[in-house]
Write a protein that binds this ligand. Structure first.
Ligand code: C2E
Ligand code: CA
Ligand code: CA
Length: 555
């Protein structure tokens, strides 16, 4: 079993705790093995379908049988298991409290039976004694289940109950997390970390509910009138933790990051409060801010992105990614000389644009297979058009990540070969920044294949015109932003010189984002070679473009 070593460690801790809290008869190795077996049963019980908390009852009785039978022993047991057991079960950690509750009942029943025989035979004072023991144990169970053992503060479960109990007004939850906690706990050691957490808890105490909800995480709850109040609370906490903590003769400085939730409590689910605060904490960390306030809109967008990311691989396999094609026109005679391939995700509920998925594909590593798929589709379509008498330039966008792939040129050569498209009919569009970082060698290989290379969104990056002179590119695509302002006198002059320079370097110039007849005229007059934009045609499926090509030819 994968987690046996961890269970062994927990069994060891359990035995140590039991030994500290009471007399353990017999050989320690045997006691450890027995506790290990009981632990395995507990873990199995939490994971089992259907769940049966009665297992706890039997394990409580077995502890008594093993003569580990004083109230401090069961108190310690419950505390330890309440804290550690949930992390062993990927199944359903919320089942742990129910299991421990039956464990206490089983323990008490067995102990009483062992001490006085059958329950009916108890006299009145014995009954009173056992009721007291039982109440005491129930109290310990409650304490263990609702408090953090390290700081003695209320734990997450306690916090949930507290939040559930508030039904009117507005409340703010401030979740504070100690920065670089893993590093701290490695360097400080367990004892010092416990001291630090206790000191932090002490400084955070105040006129609010304070809970310790995870190793490095504290939660504070206050009444609020709006989000500002919970932000102020976070600021106060940060100030309270600013001065150093004396530890082992050193002054230790810590920083905290806060995830904040502020809302009306009516109808709110306490589980969601903590989850939302954790989400906001993640945002704060990602945005490198000291706090972030939960927003449902951002959370929904993020959930949607996660769902989309998870759906990417199967969508690619089932052919949901299709290429649309936007025509490229020669400006002198308005003839279609090529197309730009633009990715579309055809989902059952509609068509998604690249803004919704290219980034995701880049983050999940799916951009490579996706890019290859689109390149292949486009090349095959290019061959089909050629066979029908339309000798088009097929332009395909490359992600910077693809450009960093050493096998890219070999992949492209392979796809060209299999699709039957001549290399000279393929153009790959790359961005300036990608070309300037690590792409140079790959660009050279692609150029050697005979493929054309275009610098996309030219004019928006940070490179100078001079870089054009040494990059192995054949075309500059002037960014749409440039074209929008093309009519402004200063911009017109810049464009005129840019076009002139590109031509002097032997490059072709394409203007993107042409939306008006005026822009078309201006760019043609400036000597720009090709144009693309809604004015000529939006991106469309291959079949629609084929029709347009036919009409243009038969005209
Ligand atoms: P891009 O390479 O700059 O592509 C041009 C974008 O401008 C396309 O958006 C196109 O639909 C849009 N567009 C075309 N004409 C006009 C116009 O006249 N006005 C305006 N406002 N927009 C126009 P789209 O298809 O949403 O693609 C957005 C970006 O996604 C592309 O920008 C490209 O960077 C990326 N992309 C698209 N397909 C792929 C792909 O297969 N692979 C990779 N790596 N990126 C892709
Ligand atoms: Ca492009
Ligand atoms: Ca572009």
């Amino acid at each position: 079993m994968g987690q046996t070593p961890d269970l062994a460690a927990l069994a060891g801790d359990w035995l140590r705790g039991v030994t500290r809290s009471g007399f353990v008869p017999g050989v320690r190795a045997r006691a450890r093995a027995a506790l290990h077996d009981l632990l395995e049963e507990l873990v199995a019980a939490v994971r089992a379908e259907p769940f049966d908390p009665a297992v706890g009852h039997r394990i409580g009785a077995e502890l008594v049988d093993l003569r580990m039978s004083s109230p401090p022993v069961i108190g310690m047991t419950v505390r330890l298991l309440a804290e550690r057991l949930p992390s062993f079960v990927d199944g359903n950690p919320t089942r742990v409290p129910a299991l421990l509750e039956t464990l206490v009942t089983g323990f008490v029943t067995a102990q009483r039976d062992a001490a006085v025989g059958a329950a009916e035979q108890m006299n009145r004072s014995e009954k009173i004694h056992w009721r007291r023991v039982q109440t005491d144990l129930q109290q310990r169970l409650q304490d263990a289940l609702l408090h953090d053992p390290a700081t003695g503060l209320p734990n997450a479960q306690h916090l949930r109950r507290h939040l559930a109990g508030i039904t009117t007004g507005r409340v703010g939850l401030c979740l504070l997390s100690i920065d670089r906690y893993a590093e701290l706990s490695d360097t400080l050691g367990q004892d010092n970390i416990a001291k630090l957490l206790t000191a932090v808890a002490h400084r955070l105490a105040g006129d609010h509910v304070l809970a310790h909800v995870g190793d490095d995480q504290f939660a504070l709850v206050v009444d609020t009138a709006g989000p500002d109040d919970v932000i102020k609370l976070a600021d106060r906490c940060r100030r309270a933790l600013q001065s150093p903590f004396p530890l082992d003769g050193h002054a230790l400085y810590i920083d905290v990051t806060a995830g904040l939730v502020e809302a009306r409590t009516a109808g709110a689910d306490p589980d969601h409060w903590l989850r939302d605060a954790r989400l906001a904490l993640g945002w704060a960390r990602r945005d490198r801010r000291d706090h972030a306030v939960f927003e449902s809109g951002r959370a929904e967008a993020e959930r949607r992105r996660h769902r989309l990311a998870a759906a990417l691989p199967s969508a690619l396999a089932s052919g949901e990614f299709v290429a649309h094609y936007q025509p490229l026109y020669r400006l002198t005679d308005r003839v279609i000389i090529g197309v730009e391939t633009l990715a579309r995700w055809q989902r059952p509920d509609g068509l998604l644009l690249p803004a919704d998925f290219i980034n995701l594909a880049e983050h999940t590593g799916m951009i490579r297979p996706l890019g290859r798929h689109l390149l292949e589709q486009a090349c095959r379509q290019g061959t089909r058009w050629r066979r029908a008498g339309h000798d088009l330039l097929i332009s395909v966008n490359l992600s910077p990540l693809q450009l960093g792939e050493p096998a890219l040129a070999a992949d492209v050569a392979d796809i060209l070969h299999r699709s039957g498209l001549p290399a000279g009919n393929l153009q790959l569009e790359i961005t300036e920044s990608a070309a300037l970082t690590d792409g140079y060698a790959v660009l050279q290989q692609l150029k050697d294949l005979g493929v054309r290379l275009a610098l996309d969104d030219f004019g928006t990056g940070w490179s100078s015109l001079a870089t054009l002179s040494w990059l192995p590119v054949t075309t500059a695509k002037l960014a749409a932003e440039f074209i929008t302002d093309a009519g402004a006198p200063a911009v017109t002059e810049v464009l005129r010189h840019t076009v002139g320079l590109c031509h002097a370097l032997g490059m072709t110039v394409t203007a993107e984002g042409i939306e008006t007849p005026g822009q078309e005229r201006l760019l043609r007059d400036l000597g720009c070679d090709h144009g693309q934009g809604f004015h000529f045609g939006r991106p469309m499926p291959a079949s629609v473009l084929t029709q347009r090509l036919r009409i243009a030819r038969d005209w």
